[in-house]
Design a protein around this ligand. Structure first.
Ligand code: ADP
Ligand code: MG
Length: 728
């Protein structure tokens, strides 16, 4: 058959699972083999350099050029032993994914023209000029000063991909502004470390550092590569812009946690083997709710490392999928009518003394500390709920949020009934009752002990975008293709700001002559009241009532993506980000420009692809079927002399005419809307115009999906939902 759809379907059905050989030995034998971690450093650095470098990593000791040179030599030797020929500064520009520019290790040994040797100095390791005026910068780099620099992030280990040594770096402009995701993240982590350490020391003066931890859960779809290649929308936008729902999709809930299909199983195995080589501790894998949807989650890690690992994993996924004849879809909403994909970010804070600050304790002191961090995080989420939402919003994630399966587009906190009850009690207890110091000066918390069951809390609320799940918060609104650094930067910075304010409150109470625990409790009470009345919500986040109630409580209910980005430059956000040293106002403005620009481009591409598919694929297929029906009708007239036997054909023809005309009208209108939007000078206003176009994509889709119901299956040119979602 000449129809491309049937050709690719045949190809897909013929594919078998690819055999995967596990690497030799146990996981612990090859775990981390492709990173320049401690084990490798111990082997390739002198004992002195190794110790000094560990001191840099563990205690932030100063780092000099000589040490950089010594580390560079060791790193180069390791990389050469791993078969490296090139190295690259690996960074995270404000696009999706990562960027790299490869340089060979070779240098002339002597004069120009002499033989070459493998060279790599501390200078090359530590800093490079990355021209890249083509990376988005929001006008920070004028053309006359287009220089940008990448600088080594010593805290994240270098790693080998194929023949290239990749060195994690930050990317900043000549004038010092961040042009990437990593720079502000590192600043936010530093801010939350300092602020949380100060608060911790109210409880335990031996705490010197607080780590931010992130455990992401990566959701994704797998689609057969042949079938994928016959869908221009998937190819160019990562999602299906049209397609009628499959008769069966996820309603039987038979995919979730079901048996993993053989081809997928092979893919997952190989992905995990590879991930282990990069010290990504993959822990769980399972089917997700939608057909052909899956999830992978590692054990949590320090946030900066976890972010880098997620980026490495996403690129591994693309590479390995092609070996198994699949395409990975990381888009948040590749298919209408079935669940979209998120990247839940499980987040917590922990001390260098090994204490989880969001883990309920056993003693009243420990529980006071737990409650302190719990409610301060909630206060930060309350104060910056609109900004947090803005931090996860993109053109692609917009399709997922607010839909019936995903977090609603109102950021609230789910605590569960037990913990809510504890907070209620604390809020309502009299001063004397809340905290009592007994004669031995031990503390009593005047509320029922915080139950231990909380630790393995199973009280789940899937509709909450920011849920407390026993020893961490789960920020569920983050999109599956996002760099989690964006959300993590805002969250950690907001928490840092709140902890700074809290420490000041406690100090004021202490200055009144109160004992520390009493001062803490008195500083906490108004915060508890404030969060209970606003951001705390244990009900169903999908209902219309909640939307109204949330608005009454002062929570943000905006869903217009370009408008939401304005949150970043609101006074309260600028104050928070500058106070914590995370972004300057200039950086925030520049980043908004980049976001609006990216939004416009994404919607513009979708709209172009949609119109072309409508006019070049759908309308011709419908007209072909129409021609066939017309011929049949003509023939009937010839034979029977009337159209009495043609009611079905005529009905179908009416439908086709109606829908084809609707497609033509809507597609033409969309083109016109684009033309108008394109000449709007102001980036923000242009993005607002494109928001309207984004909305009208749904509208153009409707008559197309109707046609799919009507047109002869043999003539339909594009793989259908059932083929995309059920073949693997
Ligand atoms: P669920 O199905 O409950 O969402 P998963 O097992 O899929 O859970 O993922 C839970 C994620 O949370 C894992 O990445 C896990 O490592 C992470 N996690 C567990 N405890 C913490 C913590 N204290 N801080 C940060 N992340 C955590
Ligand atoms: Mg989860």
């Amino acid at each position: 058959m000449s129809n491309l759809r049937f050709k690719v379907l045949q190809e897909a059905f013929a594919k078998k699972a690819v055999a995967v050989q596990p690497p030799a030995g146990m996981v612990s034998d090859y775990y981390g083999s492709h990173i320049f971690g401690r084990k490798q450093m111990a082997r390739y650095l002198s004992a002195e350099t190794y110790r000094a470098f560990c001191d840099v990593l563990d205690n932030g000791a100063p780092f000099n050029r000589e040490m950089a040179n010594n580390v560079a030599v060791g790193m180069k030797n390791w990389a050469l032993d791993m078969g490296a020929t090139h190295y690259t500064h690996w960074f995270q520009p404000l696009t999706e994914g990562t960027a790299e520019k490869h340089d060979a290790f070779i240098e002339y040994a002597g004069q120009p023209g002499s033989d070459v040797i493998e060279e790599f100095s501390g200078k090359l390791l530590a800093q490079q000029e990355a021209d890249g005026s083509s990376f988005p910068n929001g006008g920070i780099r004028n053309t006359f000063e287009a220089r940008g620099y990448t600088a080594w992030d010593t805290t994240s280990p270098a790693f080998m991909v194929d023949d290239t040594l990749c060195i994690p770096t930050v990317f900043v402009s000549y004038t010092g502004e961040a042009l990437d995701y990593k720079t502000p993240l590192l600043k936010a982590l530093h801010a939350v470390d300092r602020a949380a350490t100060e608060v911790c020391r109210l409880f335990d003066p031996t705490v010197h550092k607080v780590y931010s931890y992130l455990g992401w859960e990566q959701e994704y779809f797998l689609v057969d590569e042949s079938i994928y290649s016959a869908r221009p929308d998937l190819l160019l936008t990562g999602r299906t812009l049209l397609g009628h729902e499959s008769a069966k999709n996820q309603q039987l809930e038979d995919h979730y946690f079901g048996a993993i299909p053989a081809r997928v199983q092979s893919f997952m195995k190989e992905l995990e083997f590879e991930a282990y080589k990069y010290a990504i501790p993959c822990k769980t894998r399972h089917n997700e709710v939608a057909p052909n949807q899956f999830e992978l989650a590692p054990i949590y890690n320090e946030t900066n490392l976890a972010v880098d690992q997620n980026l490495i994993l996403m690129s591994l996924m693309h590479k390995i999928a092609s070996r198994h004849g699949f395409k990975v879809l990381l888009h948040e909403k590749p298919f209408a009518g079935v669940n979209g994909s998120g990247k839940h970010c499980n987040w917590s804070l922990g001390t260098d003394t090994g204490v989880g600050l969001l883990t309920p304790g056993k003693t009243p002191e420990e529980n006071l500390r737990f409650v302190t961090f719990l409610v301060n995080v909630m206060m930060a989420v309350k104060k910056h709920n609109a900004l947090l939402k803005a931090s996860i919003m993109t053109a692609t994630n917009a399709h997922r949020l607010g839909a019936q399966e995903a977090p609603p587009s109102i950021i609230s906190v789910f605590l569960g009934s037990q913990l809510s009850a504890v907070l209620d009690q604390l809020e309502n207890a009299d001063k004397e009752q809340a905290i009592v110091l007994d004669e031995k000066r031990r503390m009593q918390l005047g509320v029922a002990h915080i139950p231990e069951v909380l630790v393995d809390n199973t009280d789940r609320n899937r509709t909450s975008p920011f849920a407390f799940t026993g020893n961490r918060f789960e920020f569920r609104a983050v999109g599956s293709c996002a760099n989690c650094a964006g959300a993590m930067t805002t969250l950690n910075a907001a928490v840092a700001e709140q902890l700074i304010a809290f420490k000041e409150d406690v100090e004021k109470e202490i200055a009144k002559g109160k004992k520390v625990p009493v001062a803490i409790m008195d500083a906490l009470k108004p915060i508890i009241k404030s969060v209970i009345d606003t951001v705390c919500f244990d009900g169903n986040g999908y209902t219309e009532e909640w939307k109204k109630e949330a608005e009454r409580r002062g929570l943000d209910i905006e869903t217009n993506v370009p408008k939401m980005f304005c949150q970043f430059t609101k006074p309260a956000s600028v104050e928070m980000f500058t106070k914590t040293g995370v972004y300057s106002e200039k950086e925030l403005e520049a980043r908004n420009d980049v976001k609006w620009e990216t939004y416009v481009k994404k919607v513009q591409i979708e709209s172009r692809v949609m119109v072309r598919m409508a006019l070049n694929h759908i309308v011709p297929a419908a007209l072909e079927y129409k021609g066939k029906l017309l011929k049949e009708v003509m023939l009937a007239k010839e034979i029977y002399g009337n159209l009495d036997n043609c009611t079905t054909e005529l009905r179908i023809l009416d439908d086709i005419n109606k829908y084809v005309e609707a497609v033509r009208v809507k597609a033409t209108a969309m083109k016109e809307a684009r033309k108008k939007a394109n000449v709007i000078e102001d980036t923000y206003k242009r993005a607002l115009a494109y928001h309207e176009i984004a909305e009208s994509l749904y509208d153009l889709r409707k008559p197309i999906d109707k046609l799919e119901e009507v047109v002869d299956n043999k003539m339909w040119p594009l793989p259908k939902y059932r083929e995309l979602l059920f073949i693997s």
